[in-house]
Design a protein. Structure first.
Length: 177
């Protein structure tokens, strides 16, 4: 799949980022403590990009099947206010969010990595996934990041969109191309 050419035409229309958590903002693994707490790791670089997108006026939303409150606190600390945890039917949360923010589905970049993301990814303008996503998700993605989940995949797509909109850190595009 030659995803490098086809997805770029969509970037200018994106005003909303929606991300899954496990496998996208994390590497999809959990460390389980003796007390049963499940710990996740998130990339600081992804966090920087999420905060930059929020600060630049983009809509940023999280829709995750997981329900870890530590994840919510981390994302809220980055300025993300629309966080749906424990989502079992992600289309319901997507529709609720789009209505709340008055966003057209064609303006949404959604990054997911596994089967629960499939129905939402079929609907949005720019479905994306990390390099290590499930084959079914890669098959419907218009862009497959060269980065794995939890290792900069979110930053990859955010940076590309913000550059097209001239909102990536003072628009230093030449340094990063």
């Amino acid at each position: 799949m030659d995803n490098d050419k086809s997805y770029k035409e969509y970037l200018i229309n994106i005003n909303t980022f929606i991300f899954d958590v496990d496998g996208v903002l994390t590497d999809g693994t959990v460390t389980i403590t003796t007390s049963g707490e499940m710990l996740r790791r998130m990339s600081i670089k992804d966090g920087f990009a999420l905060k930059t997108a929020v600060d630049a006026g983009f809509n940023v939303c999280i829709i995750s099947g997981g329900s870890n409150e530590g994840v919510r606190k981390r994302l809220q600390g980055l300025g993300v206010t629309d966080i749906y945890l424990g989502a079992h039917n992600k289309i319901e949360q997507l529709n609720d969010y789009l209505e709340k923010k008055n966003v057209n589905v064609s303006e949404v970049l959604y990054m997911g990595d596994d089967i629960p993301d499939y129905p939402v990814m079929e609907l949005v303008g720019l479905p994306c996934c990390p390099q290590d996503a499930a084959p079914e998700i890669k098959a419907i993605s218009k862009y497959i990041s060269h980065k794995n989940g939890g290792k900069g995949a979110a930053r990859d797509v955010i940076e590309q969109v913000l550059k097209v909109h001239n909102k990536w850190n003072g628009n230093f595009d030449a340094k990063y191309d």
